[in-house]
Ligand binder design. Structure first.
Ligand code: FAD
Length: 229
């Protein structure tokens, strides 16, 4: 289903994306979903091929309402997806471990996205654009710095697009839940925060000494600043 078919461009809510469990943690507005997609670095693509479910972790990039993924043209995942089979893509950001007084109440703080759709292979200008979007998703400014793909490299690479028309976000935040009878237990409870933060860049040992670290890597953080919705 397309957003225009629903007549509402901002909500990606459909029958399939309505949260049944803990619906109060759900969001379907495009901005929330886009912000999670822009902060995370990789996704998991689930699909069924010949009755067998596969869930494959891979990188991606977002351009407006399109998600691009790429891989070797010989990859089984890319081959089967480009035939136009339905997929379910998930993206997760871990924000913290939620340590409760009771084992039962342990949880995680997170922001996650689930997208449903059909991935399609792209070619020509859009293929190059998809590769740029994926590269820039890793590090903004990288496409202009790196050598562009050769014709041979392009041939060996498949790029797929998935329209972000049907999706949901789920967000858990805050302290652990505590049952009344557990409140006085002498057990530490709270949240151990987690975040996606880069370490210090490590130069390739083969790098000529005159090649300096680019500013966009020295100041790298996620999300990488403002993105076009
Ligand atoms: C890091 C992490 C840890 C988690 N740990 C647990 C756990 O230990 N136990 C547990 O039961 N659940 C856990 N969850 C939540 C889990 O992802 C499911 O939301 C939950 O299990 C309910 O699944 P369901 O199929 O019954 O959801 P339903 O509510 O029936 O799903 C209906 C629709 O809601 C949307 N939806 C559901 N879950 C998500 C999601 N996570 N992100 C975006 N959209 C979603 C989808 O569109 C889906 O089709 C965790 C989630 C994350 C991200």
């Amino acid at each position: 289903m397309t957003t225009s078919a629903r007549g509402d461009r901002s909500s990606l809510r459909t029958k399939r994306t309505i949260l049944r469990r803990k619906p109060e943690r759900g969001a379907h507005n495009f901005e929330t979903i886009a912000s999670i997609l822009d902060e995370a670095l990789y996704c998991h693509i689930g699909s069924v091929a010949e009755g067998q479910p596969f869930v494959v972790p891979t990188g991606y990039g977002r351009d407006g309402r399109t998600l691009y993924i790429h891989g070797s043209a010989a990859s089984r995942m890319l081959k089967s997806l480009s035939s136009g089979i339905p997929v379910c893509v998930t993206v997760t950001l871990l924000d913290g471990l939620v340590l409760a007084r009771s084992a039962f109440r342990h949880s995680m703080n997170y922001r996650s996205v689930m997208i449903f759709g059909v991935a399609r292979k792209v070619a020509g200008e859009e293929k190059l654009r998809g590769l740029k979007v994926i590269t820039e998703h890793m590090a903004r400014g990288r496409w202009a710095d790196a050598r562009p793909p050769t014709r041979q490299e392009l041939k060996a690479t498949a790029v797929l697009r998935l329209d972000i028309d049907e999706a949901s976000a789920k967000i858990r935040s805050g302290p652990p839940l505590v049952d009344k009878e557990d409140r006085g237990l002498p057990v530490w409870a709270g949240v151990l925060p987690f975040a996606l933060v880069p370490g210090q860049p490590v130069p390739d040992p083969q790098l000529p000494p005159e090649v300096k670290l680019p500013a966009y890597l020295a100041a790298y953080r996620r999300p990488q600043g403002h993105r076009r919705a």
